[in-house]
Design a protein around this ligand. Sequence first.
Ligand code: NAD
Length: 420
Amino acid sequence: MQDTNITYDTLLTTIDQAAALLGLQEADYIMLKYPERALTVSIPVEMDHGGIQVFTGYRVQHSTSRGPCKGGLRYHPGVELDEVKAMAALMTLKCAVVNIPYGGAKGAVKVDPAALSRQELKRLTRRYTAMILPLIGPEKDIPAPDVGTNEEVMGWIMDTYSMFKGYTVPGIVTGKPLDIGGSLGRREATGRGVTLITRETLHRLGRPMLGTTVAIQGMGAVGGTTAKLLDLEGCKIVAVSDVSGGLYKRSGLDIPDILTYMQDHPGGFLSGYNGEGIKHITNEALLTLDTDILIPAALENQLTLDVAPRVRAKIIVEAANGPTTSDADRVFEQMGVIVVPDILVNAGGVVVSYFEWIQNIQSLTWDEEAVNRTLEQIMIRAFNEIWQAAARRGITLRLSAYMLAIDRVVKAKKIRGVFP
Ligand code: NAD
C-alpha cells in the first residue's frame, strides 16, 4: 500500500491555484490555510486482559465561517495530525460545494479497530468523546462515521455526550442507528451520491450507464453501496477490492452475491470469495484495469505519480477523500482523463447528515423518499454548477469545485470580518 497520508501541503497548493483564478489576494483567503483549532488527546483504555493502553486521538476544526463544524471520525492505525487537518479542510470545502451551512472538522484515533474487542472499542470511544467534549456539540461540531467507525460507534458517542449533559442530545452526531434518531437513507447516502454523480458525468458525455465498465477500490460503506447502486443502474462492475485484494471478471461480477458473502462473513475479506470465472488481483492491478470508470473508494493517496501513467480508465470518480496526489492529478490532466473530485463526489454523506441533524434539532422524521429526492436535487445542482464553470473556463472539475467552495467560504469570512 502507498503512503496513506494526504499532506496538508497538497491541499494548500490546490487552494492557492483556485484562489488565483478567483482573483483573490492572499489576505482574502489566508485564514483558509489554517485550522481554527486542533486538539490532540491521549486516551487511556483498560484492556480486556488487564493493563492500560494509551491511544492518540485528534479533533481538528477547520472553519466555522459558514456554520458549525461537521466531519467524520476515523479509526485507523496510520492516521497523523497532518492528515486530519487536511481532511478537516476538505470538509469545509465539501460543505461549501453543496451549499449546506457547515464548516469542516475531522476526528481520528490512531488505532486498528479490528484489533480491539467490542468492549475495548466502546471504552475507547466513550473516553475519546469525554476528552473532546469541550469542542463538540450540536451547535459547535457534529461528528459522523468515517473509515473504521460505524453506526454503533456513533450511538456510543451520542450516549456518552448525553450522559454528561444529563439529557438526550441526538443532534450531537449523525450516522446514528435509526432507533436513536438516525435518518432513513443515511447509510447509503454517500454511495448514492457517488452513483448520482457518475450518472450525471456519463450523461454529460453522452454515454449510457448500461454496460459501462467500472472498477471500484474499497468495498466498505461507500464502495459497497456504490457497487450495489451502479449495478442496479446497469453498469458492469468488473472489479472490486478491499484491503485483502481484488476480484476481477471481464463479463461483470455478481455484486448482490458478493455483498451477501460480505454480510455472511463479518470481518471477512474478499480474498476468501470465489466464483466462476473470477480472477483474484492486487489492488494496484485494479487501478490500472482497462475500464470506462475507476472509482477509488478506500483511502487517500492511492493514485500516485507512479500509478497514474498506467491508469487506463478515462473517467475517475473520487469516492474516497484525497485518493489522487497532486502530481498524479497533473498526469491525468495531460492524459485527458476526467477526474470528478472528492469534495463533490462523496458529499452525499454530509448532505444526508445535514438532513439527520435538521430532523434531530426539529424533532421531526423525514421519509426516505424525501431524503433521497432532496439529496438528488442538491447533488445535481452542485454537479451542474461545477461542470458548467469548468467548461466555461477550460479548467479541471477539481479546480472548478475548489473555486466554487472557496468563493463561498471567503464571502462568508468577508461578511463576518475578522474578530476582534
Ligand atoms: P470503510 O471503513 O467502511 O471501508 C473502507 C474500505 O476500503 C474497506 O473495504 C477496506 O477493506 C478497504 N481498504 C482499506 N485499505 C485499502 C487498500 N489499501 N486498498 C484497497 N482497499 C482498501 O470506509 P468508508 O466509510 O467506506 O470510507 C471510504 C472512503 O470514503 C474514505 O476515504 C472516507 O473518508 C470516504 N468517505 C466516507 C464517507 C462515509 O459516509 N462513510 C463519506 C465521505 C467520504
